[in-house]
Design a protein around this ligand. Structure first.
Ligand code: PEP
Ligand code: CO
Length: 444
């Protein structure tokens, strides 16, 4: 096999500093010989689904942990995340009457960009945590050392996670007749759990009606589910980039969908060069500093053939700024006359530090950014194509607000994230209900 399939010549930001480059090279060679995690045909299918999103015919639900951990690659944790996605997707599909494209932020979200290379605690300075694919979370010199062997573990954890996802989503568990079962282990007496139960009851009646009419279809028995992560750690992504035997084109087979983060979207940087060279559908995060010219240039570079579904712009502008910053970006994209799917990440522009020192987000701000996203797109005549969120299936206390309210004073109770604060299952369901309602009542 020829390796690397894709060579990069531009400067790469946010890369690890391996202490033993020969060992890193050996790991990459081993990775390059391992089987693909996803198939090129599946990536093509997702590109078609995203093309439908760019035409206004479907809505994306993309979500999962900010940073997956190796310890989290177990059946209980993955099932809880999938249940949350399935429940949110049902609320959106039924509540907003729109097909939902489901993309997990999982099976590969193991590398994190950092604003500062080191972290200081009580006068001790160590390398920052960069995700389980690079170093460990514990604040010790051993854990924080960059270790290339972790890339192999990341691959194997991604493989087991994806295997669980494929089994859960096609093996009967995601059958729409199981809508109540997904809620069973969830706090039934939580407000969002009860609201969900009522909706599940309505779906049950609709299914019985269809069965009585002889109109039941096999499509209700499984769901299409895709994986995604930030394509940050270039040696890992390059090692998993392969030539598709059908088309002779390069696909990154580490996930169906890859995105470029806010800190690595420099036009002349290696991450954009890498994304331009693969055939997968790709996304770019667009933060408050992005200019209309930058967005135009990214579109030309990443989707020169103006192919629908190829490029998704994931805006993360903040609740306060979205109504003023998004309109000129939309105008610039309209002038390019190149199709994009627009997705709102209402998490990363709304992070602040609570008095206790915890990094947190308010559910009200998250909802307000999505509302602003809907308003701006509707008045521009463009389609608000989906949401990108950070959540977990567990009952953590990392974001404040929600119908089962978490207060700033509660944050310490179960603050477990390895990186950014995530919505818990109840808050994720609250969000789905509100988003479905706003989407349904959009004027026009
Ligand atoms: C993230 O998605 O976790 C992230 C780091 O986002 P951004 O690149 O938008 O800051
Ligand atoms: Co994050």
């Amino acid at each position: 096999m020829r390796y690397p399939v894709v060579t990069l010549s531009s400067p790469a930001a946010q890369q690890p500093d391996w202490p033993d480059p020969a060992m890193a090279a050996a790991v990459v060679t081993e990775l390059a010989g391992l089987p693909p995690l996803v198939f090129a045909g599946e990536c093509d299918q997702l590109r078609e689904r995203l093309a439908a999103v760019s035409r206004g015919e479907a809505f994306v639900l993309q979500g999962g942990d900010c940073a997956e951990t190796f310890a989290g690659a177990n059946a209980d944790a993955v099932r809880a995340k999938l249940q949350t996605i399935l429940q949110m997707a049902v609320v959106l599909t039924y509540g907003a009457s729109v097909p939902v494209v489901k993309i997990g932020r999982l099976a590969g979200q193991f590398a994190k960009p950092r604003s500062r290379p080191t972290e200081i605690r009580d006068g001790v300075e160590l390398p920052a945590y960069r995700g389980d694919a690079i170093n460990g979370f514990d604040f010790t010199p051993q854990a924080r050392a960059h270790d290339p062997a972790r890339m192999l573990r990341a691959y194997h954890c991604a493989a087991v996670t994806l295997n669980l996802c494929r089994a859960f989503t096609t093996g009967g568990y995601a059958d729409l007749h199981q809508v109540h079962a997904w809620n069973r282990d969830f706090v039934r007496n939580s407000p969002s759990g009860q609201r969900y139960e009522r909706l599940a009851g309505e779906i049950d009646r609709a299914l019985s009606f269809m069965r009585a009419c002889g109109a039941e279809s096999d499509e209700l028995r499984s769901v299409e589910f895709y994986s995604s992560h930030e394509a940050l750690l270039l040696p890992y992504e390059q090692a998993l980039t392969r030539i598709d035997s059908r088309t002779g084109l390069a696909y990154d087979v580490s996930a169906h969908f890859l995105w470029i983060g806010e800190r690595t979207r420099a036009l002349e940087g290696a991450h954009v060069e890498f994304a331009a060279s693969i055939r997968n559908p790709i996304g770019v995060k667009i933060g408050p500093e992005a200019t209309a010219d930058e967005v135009r240039a990214l579109i030309r570079r990443l989707n020169p053939d103006r192919e629908p579904g190829r490029l998704t712009l994931i805006t993360r502008l903040g609740a306060d700024a979205i109504r003023t910053l998004l309109p000129p970006l939309i105008k610039a994209v309209q002038e390019e006359d190149s199709p994009v799917a627009w997705i709102c990440d209402p998490m990363h522009g709304n992070t602040f530090e609570a008095p206790s020192g915890h990094k947190t987000r308010r559910l009200a701000d998250v909802l307000d950014e999505v509302q602003g996203f809907f308003e701006v797109h509707r008045s521009a005549g463009t389609h608000p194509g989906g949401i990108h969120i950070e959540f977990t299936g567990d009952n953590v206390t990392e974001c404040v607000g929600g119908s089962h309210e978490i207060n700033p004073a509660d944050l310490h109770q179960r603050y477990e994230t390895a990186c950014d604060p995530r919505l818990n299952r109840g808050q994720a369901l609250d969000l789905a209900f509100t988003v479905a309602e706003s989407y349904r009542t959009l004027p026009g």
